[in-house]
Unconditional design. Sequence first.
Length: 132
Amino acid sequence: MSKITKTDAEWRQTLSPEAFRVLREHGTERAGTSPLNNEKRSGMFVCAGCGKELFASDTKYESGTGWPSFYAPVSEGAVGTSEDRSWFSTRTEVHCADCGGHLGHVFPDGPRPTGLRYCMNGVSLAFKPEKA
């Protein structure tokens, strides 16, 4: 259950059309298009919809998929998951625990220590660099 609820009209006022399509309509951005793929600074990746802290930069790694990938969320309650049966397969969808925004999917082929790959849409995220 989302803690933040807004109408589609309210979401459209704060999100770009592409962010709305991905976050609110469970879309997927094209692989390799997010500037966050190349983000190497220390900091926090937050939900582009509500600002909730989701992934610390030290859990980001290069998965070769074309989407920002992480091996663990920042805390146990940062994200939620649900079963996704679209595209003729069963996957585990990842969403923001506060606003319910679609972030991407998690797969069991990631690196240690978790073995998980949180494959996130960059448009679903914003980056907040660590303050010096």
